[in-house]
Design a binder for this molecule. Structure first.
Ligand SMILES: [Zn+2]
Ligand SMILES: [Zn+2]
Length: 202
């Protein structure tokens, strides 16, 4: 009798695992169907709760100065930032977003070499920010992005600008997804645009 019990146990353990797995997959599929078809569709964007200060009901005006390492028009990273800004200007956001180069601005976009921080780009801002950033800077890290393509740089610039516009990270292959393929995802996607619309709804 004991051996049968043991044998029965050994046969059924994988079966139980298989049934549990099937049940879990089934639940996830059902959940996805409910999320996709339900009236309350879950939003994937995540808001920072802070955004660029200079805006009204219709326009977001971003004034900035090029940093010391981005003084040369046409250089690889300056082009990436310029294209990233253009991508947001062209995005179909509720607010018209405009970027204004202004050498007297305290807000800087710069290029750095930082072998101690693996991030390809960073967005820094004042600690107490809600609802508006009073100071900020955007930087790309050439150490972390050696050999990257134009679109990979562009994707990085657009992502960091997304933080300036009030977005946090997602996991849905949008511009704000840190695991996106930067050579493929380099302009704001619907979720990014929805997020910015919600961000400036104040
Ligand atoms: Zn980020
Ligand atoms: Zn605001």
């Amino acid at each position: 009798m004991r051996s049968i019990v043991l044998e029965k146990y050994y046969i059924n353990a994988p079966l139980r695992v298989a049934l549990l797995t099937l049940a879990t997959i089934g639940s996830l599929i059902l959940l996805n169907v409910l999320l996709a078809n339900g009236s309350n569709v879950a939003e994937a964007y995540v808001l920072k709760g802070c955004h660029e200060a200079d805006h009204d009901a219709n326009y977001v005006d971003v004034h900035f100065a090029w940093g010391t390492n981005l003084q040369t028009p046409g250089s690889a990273w300056r082009t990436a930032w310029s294209t990233g800004m253009q991508d947001w200007e062209d995005a179909n956001t509720d607010h018209v977003i405009l970027f204004w180069p202004d050498s007297t601005s305290a807000h800087k976009i710069n290029s750095i070499w930082d072998q101690y921080n693996p991030s390809p780009g960073t967005f820094s801002h004042n600690y107490f920010c809600q609802p508006h950033y009073s100071s900020w800077s955007l930087k790309n890290n050439t150490w972390a992005t050696t050999g990257w393509s134009a679109n990979e740089r562009r994707s990085t610039a657009g992502h960091e600008i997304g933080h300036l516009l009030g977005l946090l990270h997602t996991t849905n292959n949008s511009l704000m997804d840190v695991d996106r393929d930067r050579s493929v995802v380099y302009v704001p996607k619907t979720d990014d645009i929805n997020g910015v619309n919600a961000s400036f709804d104040d």
